[in-house]
Design a protein around this ligand. Structure first.
Ligand SMILES: [Mg+2]
Length: 257
């Protein structure tokens, strides 16, 4: 059996469905992270846009998964970073107070009416007709549309899914008949590129651990990183992918050396 972690410097763990489900940690999550830390750097990434990076960090620590704030990469934080890099200011935000706080933290302005220049869409459980109408007005005037992610749904308990940010993006793209100008979250590689740049790593030195072929594994494949897929998928045939049953199986595979 080849050493599956050979040449790997950093593990990047997906959160929803991988290390926790809703507010419950997945069995074995804290143990796996602790073991991986003995030999590798660790970061955590999530397409979740409702919480700030600090809130995600607090949630992980509350579950016994010890980590530093700088190890957490949330699409809320990354979206704010992208806006600042691209000088996309005066944005109307469909999303949470946390997302607006991250954007304001970058010195950018949130304008919650149709005088805004651009539209940002994150996870919003209070999406309504008026917000979509405001977004439409801004986009028809030539504003950019930036989406935190396009996840259709996400698991909150075994077998139970709720609409994701993609449902909010879909309302806006449906009304405006256009695609987002940029999607920050996976399967796009923006988050992974940020992680690689921060740690000074090449793509193949990163091991992505996730439960979604279309999201986590697709991102790893696009970027040239290796990956561990929790659960089976018939498409997972690339030699860079290791498929495991669950987190304890992942731990066992990592310890085979
Ligand atoms: Mg997931």
């Amino acid at each position: 059996m080849p050493e599956i972690t050979s040449g790997i410097a950093l593990f990047a763990f997906d959160l929803d469905g991988t290390l926790y489900l809703g507010n419950e940690p997945v069995p074995g999550a804290a143990t796996l992270v602790r073991r991986v830390r003995e030999r590798h750097r660790v970061v955590f990434f999530t397409n979740g846009s409702a919480r700030t990076g600090a809130e995600v960090h607090a949630k992980l620590c509350g579950m016994g998964i010890e980590c530093a704030l700088g190890e957490v990469y949330a699409s809320s934080t990354a979206t704010a970073t992208y806006l600042a890099e691209e000088l996309i200011d005066d944005v109307f935000v469909i999303g949470s107070d946390g997302l607006r706080a991250e954007i304001r933290d970058r010195g950018l302005h949130v304008v919650q009416d149709d005088r805004a220049a651009h539209v940002v869409v994150g996870f919003d459980t209070a999406l309504d007709y008026a917000k979509v109408a405001t977004a439409l007005t801004i986009l028809r005037r030539g504003g950019k549309l930036i989406a935190c992610n396009e996840d259709a749904s996400f698991p909150v308990a075994p077998g139970h899914f709720v609409p994701g940010c993609g449902a909010m993006v879909g309302a806006v793209t449906g009304a405006s008949e256009r695609r987002p100008d940029f999607v920050v979250g996976k399967p796009n590689t923006y988050l992974l590129a940020k992680i690689a740049a921060t740690h000074g790593l090449a793509p193949e030195q990163i091991m992505v651990v996730g439960d979604s072929y279309d999201s986590d594994i697709a991102m790893a494949l696009r970027y040239g990183s290796r990956s561990i897929l929790i659960g089976a998928d018939p498409r997972a045939t690339d030699p860079s992918i290791v498929t495991v049953r669950d987190l304890s199986d992942a731990l066992q595979r990592i310890r085979e050396r």
